[in-house]
Design a protein. Structure first.
Length: 186
């Protein structure tokens, strides 16, 4: 997108934030991450750091999968990963995500949800067993990294942008960045 960036971990306990509705959960997690990182910047006096007059913008987000009415975060173990993937087999899931952009100079925050749907073919049990042995496939929200070569053949259709499913919707993020820069209200 043409921005200079630094990755900063919020170091929050995501499991301490529990809400029943996926929209509320991902928004609360993105807001908690923003607040934790804002405090880190404030502590280090970085909130006023500007490069050639440009304010510092903070992007935080979170995503969960929702399948059969259940929120699916990163699976805790192989059994949970197995249950998640079996639930997707021949079914669909919604990747409920929230992106929050905070302008650290003005305090303006702009956020929005993104909800692409992923429709799956039937996933045979032997494939599920192979998939759960590959940690890089299951160590994501919903426990199924669909772009991995083992998983991709079982994705029937994505309704929405692929980058949204993979965690950070490019067009939405770009628009929120622009809005956070344009809004001068505090």
């Amino acid at each position: 997108m043409g921005y200079q960036f630094t990755i900063v971990s919020p170091d929050i306990d995501e499991k301490a934030i529990r809400l029943e509705k996926p929209d509320d959960l991902v928004m609360a997690l993105a807001q908690a991450k923003a607040e934790a990182i804002r405090r880190k910047f404030q502590d280090k006096c970085l909130s006023n750091k500007e490069v050639e007059g440009e304010p510092t913008l903070l992007i935080t987000s979170d995503q969960v999968m929702v399948n059969r009415g259940m929120i699916r975060e990163k699976p805790l173990n192989e059994q949970e990963a197995r249950e998640f993937i079996k639930g997707y087999s021949g079914n669909f899931a919604v990747a409920v995500g929230y992106v929050l952009v905070t302008n650290l100079k003005t305090g303006v925050q702009k956020g929005e949800w993104d909800k692409p749907e992923i429709h799956f073919h039937e996933i045979p049990d032997e494939v599920i067993e192979r998939v759960i042995k590959v940690r890089e496939i299951t160590n994501v929200a919903g426990g199924f990294r669909m772009e991995h070569p083992l998983a991709a053949p079982y994705v029937k259709e994505v309704v929405g942008a692929m980058d949204s499913v993979m965690g950070l919707p490019r067009e939405l993020t770009k628009r929120l960045l622009e809005e956070a820069l344009e809004d001068t209200s505090t």
